[in-house]
Design a protein around this ligand. Structure first.
Ligand code: BJW
Ligand code: ZN
Length: 261
């Protein structure tokens, strides 16, 4: 079956969304896949199929080999800088024209939601362009784009102006807490929403994966958009199996049409 076209929008869904007061859009790597950014867990193209997360995405890995980790993240920072928002990012931003309050909660470390015009955007796992000191946490401003050799070789991280410590990527590694206040703010929005989209996430990383479950618990309309099955399938009544860049514009148009009637 062609997964791009296997979804159909349940007839009652546009009306439910059109009457929502607050929509939370929860996203993962799949929403940026059509912009050319790798997901993590795809069996063939995912980052974790090609690289070992224990050697790259933990504080211990950075302490063991800071240049390996910094060089790898600089290559990813470049691929994000070169990428453009796709129709899914744009449709999500346009939902703000139809629903009074729309909040994006993303696990992604790219800035494609912001570049598509969404706001506010809460980054549960940080942002790759917001580096800071590994020792004293002082924010670090990248002087420019990554060097062309990023991705082909190890690159020593810059030193912190304040304490001389290594600068680290602005992301949340395994075993680390989410950024101060962001998790609390995200939960506050979820507890207050009447609709939630869970888009392009395998929903296996905690605590982020609790977000759709919490929305279900409060009786919100929860819609999942994903071409593949996920942990959430059995719990949700609205599973739109397709690519985000196809499903989201169609869903936006269906809600628009309902509001015009
Ligand atoms: C498409 C598509 C298209 C493709 N359209 N869809 C409870 C139980 C077990 C373990 C734990 C637990 N609690 C904590 C843990 C440990 C750990 C964890 O969850 N481990 C599990 C993996 C077992 N969690 C942590 O360590 C977290 N910290 C923590 O818990 O601190 C304590 C704390 C508790 C409470 C409050 C506050 C603090 C930190 C987790 C940090 C995760 N970091 C990473 C790396 C970020 C840096 C980097 O970018 O390198 O974040 S891991 C990686 O996974 C990344 C992602 O944000 C995250 C989620 O992945 P995502 O987005 O779902 O991507 P994929 O690849 O998994 O899925 C993509 C999906 O898209 C697929 O379904 C595709 O089908 C789909 N798709 N094309 C739509 N076109
Ligand atoms: Zn420092």
């Amino acid at each position: 079956m062609n997964q791009d076209t296997s979804f159909s929008i349940p007839p009652t869904l546009p009306a439910k969304l059109a009457s929502a007061r607050k929509l939370v859009v929860f996203t993962g790597a799949g929403v940026s896949a059509e912009s050319g950014i790798s997901t993590f867990r795809d069996k063939n193209t995912g980052l974790w199929a090609r690289f070992d997360p224990q050697q790259l995405a933990t504080p211990e890995a950075f302490e063991a080999n800071p240049s390996l980790v910094w060089g790898w993240y600089e290559a990813r920072r470049r691929s994000i800088m070169e990428a453009q928002p796709n129709p899914a990012h744009r449709a999500i931003a346009e939902f703000a024209e139809l629903i009074p309050e729309v909040v994006v909660i993303t696990q992604n470390v790219d800035d494609l939601h912001e570049r598509a015009g969404s706001g506010p955007v809460l980054h549960l796992h940080g942002r790759l362009d917001q580096a800071r000191c590994f020792q004293c946490s002082r924010p670090y401003q990248h002087p420019g784009p990554p060097s062309p050799e990023a991705g082909t070789t190890e690159i020593a991280p810059p030193a912190c102006d304040a304490c001389g410590g290594y600068i680290r990527p602005g992301v949340v590694w395994f075993g680390e807490s989410l950024p101060d206040g962001i998790w609390t703010e995200a939960i506050r929005h979820v507890q207050d929403c009447d609709a939630l989209f869970s888009i392009g996430t395998s929903a296996v990383v905690y605590p982020a994966a609790q977000i759709p479950i919490l929305a279900l618990g409060r009786g919100a309309t929860v819609v999942q958009v994903n071409p593949e099955p996920t942990e959430l399938d059995d719990r949700l009544s609205h599973n739109l199996h397709g690519k985000a860049g196809v499903v989201l514009p169609a869903l936006l148009e269906a809600v628009r049409q309902h509001q015009r009637q």
